[in-house]
Design a protein. Structure first.
Length: 436
């Protein structure tokens, strides 16, 4: 179990290239496997989660070849996947498991989807429910947890009104809709990431968007959506990874960091709006469109952050970034209060409990709540270096590494290897940019 020591910094300076976006990489890999012909996916995420997706698609018969950050996937067509002789292992990746469940539900064979100890504790009923409405035959431990046994079956189109906003549930239903007879409709209660819709459109699926309702035509039948076509695509840099460096740069008045080629999909940039409302100094440069996704550079300078309350409709839009925001709380003027975020309890760890435990270790004043937490601002006193227990959660490890840069004394991150789930070179990049 590797440990990383974070020494206090004076500021951050320099340029940074991020890993490829995880969310986009997952979706491109799955759709490339369902397309006819060979797709080339450049700047593909090096994250362990995305490698899990590639391994699953390979086990299902797609050709997968990796050369540095370029992945070539030879698809088998939407009905050409084959049964895997062993269980498909999503490891720590909830995205892999939930999205792949949608694809496997409409196949003509049976599959078993499993994952590591952490993933087997994460709820899957929210995906199982709508897929069963479509005719899927899915069995789960306690009817909610992996391993999932999926017996492929003919699917019917449904009109699904989601009870809660979730990009993964929406994506699972849309992917299953490729194999359904007719037009599947999904209506969201609030806008979520639309990478799946953009990727489906890019690969040639017949998809329509009307406000918060998305319709997808099944690939079979007289009125079907045809077939998926192989593509040559560039994956944008991961905005969720950029957030750690935006936060780190903001801690020090003399910071000056330029982050290149960041994915700036409008369904993801609520976090930039939130940072701006807190007083962060972020400038967007060189905007362009690539395969339906928006890409640009971020110039970040040091700033005094105000803090504030994050709640309600904001939560699904910044759910992955909440650990970093909470860990920033002690360095803000007003502190950070997070409400309506019970979803954090069922991520890679119980993120609310993990945040509270480690903030207390660093001397912060923090109150734990069932659906969030309240962290006092800088008037409560300076943080001190401590030994951090990330509970195997990459975002907890990275958030407290950033918090440690401005603490008094060294901070030690236990099980630092868990950062590789999304950002294998995170600690090297953080240390490279930190001036001490």
């Amino acid at each position: 179990m590797k440990k990383e020591t974070i020494q206090p910094a004076k500021h951050l300076t320099g340029g940074l290239d991020l890993p490829g976006d995880k969310s986009v990489s997952h979706r491109y890999a799955m759709l490339a496997a369902l397309a006819g012909g060979a797709s080339e996916l450049r700047h593909f995420s090096a994250a362990a989660d995305c490698r899990s997706t590639l391994a699953c698609m390979s086990a299902l018969g797609a050709g997968v070849k990796t050369d540095k950050d370029t992945v070539r996937v030879t698809g088998r067509g939407p009905h050409g996947l084959k049964s895997s002789w062993r269980a498909l292992d999503a490891e720590n990746s909830g995205t892999t498991m939930r999205l792949l469940a949608g694809i496997l539900a409409g196949q003509q064979f049976s599959s078993k989807l499993t994952g590591d100890g952490s993933l087997q504790k994460r709820p899957m009923k929210r995906v199982i429910g709508p897929l069963r409405e479509m005719g899927a035959d899915i069995r789960a431990r306690d009817d909610n947890f992996a391993p999932l046994e999926i017996r492929g079956a003919p699917l019917k189109a449904i009109d699904y009104k989601m009870p809660m906003a979730s990009a993964q549930v929406k994506s699972a239903v849309l992917l299953a809709g490729l194999f359904a007879d007719g037009v599947t409709c999904v209506t969201e209660p609030a806008r979520t990431r639309d990478h799946t819709e953009l990727a489906l459109e890019e690969f040639g699926a017949a998809i329509e968007k009307d406000g918060r309702t998305i319709r997808i035509h099944g690939l079979g039948g007289a009125n079907g959506g045809g077939k998926l076509l192989a593509k040559s695509l560039d994956v944008p840099g991961d905005l969720s990874s950029a957030v750690f460096f935006i936060a780190a740069a903001s801690l020090f008045p003399d910071s000056n960091v330029l982050i290149h080629n960041v994915g700036l999909n409008p369904t993801r940039t609520a976090i930039l709006d939130l940072f701006a409302s807190m007083g962060a100094a972020i400038q967007i440069l060189g905007l362009k469109s690539a395969h339906g996704e928006v890409v640009g550079d971020l110039a970040v300078k040091g700033a005094s952050l105000k803090g504030g309350v994050i709640a309600g409709g904001q939560i699904p839009l910044v759910i992955d970034e909440l650990p970093m925001l909470a860990a920033l709380g002690p360095y803000t003027e007003e502190g950070i209060e997070i409400r309506d975020a019970a979803e954090l309890r069922v991520k890679e760890s119980d993120r609310i409990a993990a945040l509270v435990e480690n903030l207390l270790r660093m001397g912060a004043s923090v109150e734990e709540r069932p659906d969030g937490l309240k962290v006092e601002g800088r008037r409560a006193g300076k943080l001190r270096g401590a030994e951090i227990e990330p509970r195997g959660d990459h975002r907890i490890a990275m958030a407290f590494a950033v918090a440690g840069l401005a603490a008094k004394g060294n901070t030690m991150i236990r099980d630092a290897d868990c950062a590789a789930v999304s950002f294998p070179t995170f600690f090297q990049e953080l240390n490279r940019l930190a001036e001490r």
